[in-house]
Design a protein around this ligand. Structure first.
Ligand code: XUL
Ligand code: CO
Length: 433
């Protein structure tokens, strides 16, 4: 037990009219949305790294947060875990996510770090027995330690590749042991700072082999969860190989992994790649890759991955509409890969950041579900392509260029342009959000 959250009671749904700051206004776990409990639709997760490990630094200054568990001992790591489970009890969210480096102190040697990690996995496993909080996904931190400064699997030094393999194996074992539903790989430093010293062909080949080994290990150990890649175009590296969903799809195809690996899509990463969140989600669904989401928002002016908590219902509604179109989450969920601003020092700030974000997502889900159930948007979309359902038109796709060309001439085709109705659909959209 810590007293960090002292005086903050478990947060409950009280409805939009409540004056209680520490209440949910829209997130009502048991309310049915499209026939499914809201909790099971949204599948919220708290991110260990931002909520408990991040000290509040920025490129110009260090730690602003003072947390009683900051330190590099196992005792401090256990206190951090205690505080984490106290937050989980307050929020009642069903899941959490972690990297190895979030939960364990760094050891003097690589082997000691692994032992610390195993000790903390045991400790967290015991804490989970007494609660209903489950593990959405585990992952490896292959970017903070200086050994990974030139990449992990893509490193020019094969010994770093081996350390990366040992870390990922330990994190996959831990994820399986704790009943995790997914295993995530974010290639933090899998990319380059300058092409002048980089053999891009070799590095992507190494990344592909590494991922094949991860998938083989999953099958060998019988891990039932999904393997997810989290695309991001840059930051910390100038260029990262898992640039966006389309790039990841090409990479998976190259290594024969497109049926083995899915994606974890983050709002801020989509924006850094010059896309919208909904674009990345829609493309993942179209390519059969949709897995999970990292929910946050970027500051639209800063050009950085600012990892703020979401605060914009219409924006999130676009995202959840795509989640609904994807058929909803299976193993995936909504992980708040979001951190407090560095001036938000208090325990209450950490709780209310999550409460507000959960409410924003709940409102967005409800709006998206209402639009989906209304059906008008999907009827309009289907109507736009309806001619393609006719056999003579379908036949063209199985034909060849010369035959299709001949049809255009023989039938004197002169297709009449039709309205795309964008503004009408935007008006329809705005009736629901
Ligand atoms: C970094 C990021 C990571 C991954 C997990 O931008 O999103 O926290 O989600 O490694
Ligand atoms: Co993320």
């Amino acid at each position: 037990m810590t007293d960090f959250f002292k005086g903050i009671a478990p947060v409950r749904y009280e409805g939009p009219q409540t004056a209680n700051e520490f209440a949910f206004r829209h997130y009502n776990p048991d309310e049915l949305v499209m026939g499914k409990r809201m909790e099971d639709q949204l599948r919220f997760a708290v991110a260990w790294w931002h909520s408990f490990a991040w000290p509040g630094g920025d490129p110009f200054g260090g730690q602003t947060f003072e947390r009683p568990w900051f330190g590099d001992s196992m005792d401090a790591a256990r206190m951090k875990a205690d505080a984490a489970f106290e937050l989980f009890a307050i929020l009642g969210q069903p899941f959490f996510c972690f990297h190895d480096a979030d939960i364990r102190p760094e050891g003097a040697t690589f082997a000691e770090s692994l032992r610390n990690f195993e000790g903390m996995v045991d400790y967290i496993g015991r804490k989970m027995e007494g609660t209903r909080t489950k593990l959405l996904w585990g992952t490896a931190n292959l970017f903070s330690h200086r050994r990974y400064m030139a990449g992990a699997a893509t490193n020019p030094d094969p010994e770093v590749f081996a350390c990366a393999a040992a870390t990922v194996k330990a994190c996959m074992d831990a994820t399986q042991r704790l009943g995790g539903q997914n295993y995530v790989l974010w290639g933090g430093r899998e990319g380059y700072e300058t092409l002048l010293n980089t053999d891009l062909g070799r590095e992507t080949e190494q990344a592909g082999r590494f991922l094949q080994m991860v998938v083989d290990y999953k099958h060998k150990t019988g891990f039932k969860g999904a393997i997810l890649i989290e695309p991001k175009p840059q930051e910390p590296s100038k260029h990262q190989y898992d640039y966006d969903v389309a790039t990841v799809y090409g990479f998976l195809k190259r290594f024969g992994l497109e049926n083995e690996v899915k994606v974890n899509i983050e709002q801020g990463h989509a924006i850094l790649a010059g896309h919208s969140f909904e674009h990345e989600l829609a493309l993942a669904t179209a390519l059969g890759l949709f897995g999970s989401i990292d929910m946050n928002r970027n500051d639209m002016q800063s050009g950085w991955d600012t990892d703020q908590f979401p605060d914009n219902v219409p924006e999130m509604a676009r995202a959840y509409y795509e989640v609904i179109r994807a058929g909803g989450f299976t193993t995936g969920g909504t992980n708040f890969d979001a951190k407090l601003r560095r001036q938000s020092l208090d325990a209450g700030d950490l709780v209310l950041a999550h409460v507000g974000a959960m409410d924003v997502c709940a409102r967005a889900l409800k709006a998206a579900a209402a639009l989906w159930q209304d059906g008008a948007l999907e009827r309009a979309r289907a109507g736009r392509y309806a001619a393609w359902d006719r056999p003579e038109n379908q036949a063209m796709l199985g034909s060849d260029l010369a035959s299709v060309a001949q049809r255009a001439v023989k039938e004197s085709l002169n297709p009449a342009p039709k309205s795309g109705r964008q503004e009408r659909l935007e008006n329809l959209w705005n009736r629901f959000v």
